[in-house]
Design a protein around this ligand. Sequence first.
Ligand code: URA
Length: 242
Amino acid sequence: MGETVRLQKYIAMSGLASRRAAEAMIEEGRVSVNGKMVTEQGVKIEIGADDVAVDGEILKLKNKKYYIMLNKPVGYVSTVSDQFNRLTVVDLVKKDLGNVRVFPVGRLDYDTEGLLLLTNDGDFTYEVTHPKFNMDKTYIAAVKGGMTVSGMNKLRNGVYIDDGFKTSPAQAEIIDAYDGHTYVKITIHEGKNRQVRKMFEAVGNTVVGLQRIKIGNVELGNLPLGRWRHLTSHEVNYLRSK
Ligand code: URA
């Protein structure tokens, strides 16, 4: 279930009338929700899912900004549409959002899972993704085999990828090792294509699984794979102010 608001607030948010005038419209029987007339005040409306009409005309919340966190599964592209018809991250949210169009904020590879932000606010996308804002991104990489102390230190100091680009110092720590794999938590702030995978390649290790768990201090937490939630206003303000 997405964000809900009371019917009179929803009408006010659309810009059609003040909240008080909206209450009068409801009382006068001019308002319907999903095609049924509603004369009771305070009915909960799910933004993006419910249709509200006044005098038969469906209201659109044109100016409302949406900020979403998705737990992206492997096997989805981080675009709105795909030339090869693969599933996209937008496919995972659009049925809940109705006519609201959101776009991914930055990108996760097809074979990477975890925290991906989506929004219809272009300024927010700029503020979160532009390199000058140095947003930290934290991943858990599942690496084949073991990691050497020297490999870990190289990751921390910066390694060469992409024909001579040296990555900035990263935080990296081993958090687990079992079944022939080592799990490394790594925080970087650049966003070169396949950067984490290339960094491990540069020290002789292969990443076999990659999950993003954090952007700045905004955490994926226990959001199930393939599910999304609205960011809190605190999270939005924090990400904007970075
Ligand atoms: N680094 C990668 O290698 N892949 C991602 O999806 C994100 C960061």
